[in-house]
Design a protein around this ligand. Structure first.
Ligand code: VGL
Ligand code: ZN
Length: 219
């Protein structure tokens, strides 16, 4: 935490799913999810990153990840789907609803690119880089890696929601794709409010080789 991070010209900031549905009052609220907004606003106003990308969870009504699409199932149950575990969620980030918007408290004009994910009704998508496993066992790319490659990005800083789901999956893929990967811990919040789970999440990042830092350490 003490080391100050000099931001490279080849680094991108990736803002994951900063959307009202993941904040208190929203359909799939993260614990204190809105607490990240002032820090993200501050960071963007500094124009510290040459490349800024936002991801946006963007589901059609009746999406396969919604518990409501599976009669007799409840949100947060897990079911097998295409050979993998699928957590069922409350209906959230339904396309063109206010809860799915990029959060209005942030000035998104500084984002160079918005990657929408989860719009295939049959497939969930946590990572900003690749969809979850589909019926054919593949994980289709979202286009984010191509976009970053085109701009010579070799290092990514992640923030947003949720710390234990979409930010984590994005971090995992970033590491797999060879990016030096950092998570801005203070600018993330988890779906699960449980402190032990949160500690385990932090350990997972560290195991992956992701640097866990606070945004105050950026220079
Ligand atoms: C997310 C669950 C379902 C996230 C998205 O943004 O972390 N979590 N869809
Ligand atoms: Zn979702």
């Amino acid at each position: 935490m003490s080391t100050s991070h000099l931001i490279s010209r080849h680094a991108a900031l990736i803002l994951v799913d900063v959307q009202p549905d993941f904040m208190p009052g929203g359909a799939l609220a993260c614990h204190e999810g809105d607490a990240i907004l002032p820090g993200i606003d501050h960071l963007l106003r500094q124009h510290a990153f040459r490349h800024v990308v936002a991801t946006q969870d963007w589901h059609p009504a009746g999406h396969v990840s919604f518990a409501s699409s599976h009669p007799g199932r409840e949100p947060f149950e897990r079911i097998p789907l295409y050979g993998h575990a699928q957590t069922l969620w409350p209906d959230h980030c339904v396309q063109d609803t206010p809860g799915a918007a990029l959060h209005p408290a942030i000035d998104w004009s500084v984002a160079d690119k918005v990657i929408r994910k989860g719009d295939d009704p049959r497939v969930d998508s946590y990572s900003g880089f690749r969809e979850n496993h589909g019926p054919d066992g593949q994980r289709p790319a979202t286009g984010l890696a191509d976009w970053l490659r085109w701009r010579d990005v070799d290092e990514v800083y992640l923030c947003g929601l949720a710390r234990d789901v979409c930010v984590l999956w994005t971090a995992q893929d970033a590491v797999d794709l060879g990016y030096r990967t950092h998570v801005l811990w203070d600018l993330t919040r988890p779906v699960s409010a449980d402190a032990d789970t949160d500690l385990a999440t932090r350990f997972r990042y560290e195991q992956l080789g992701v640097t866990v830092i606070d945004s105050g350490a950026l220079a």
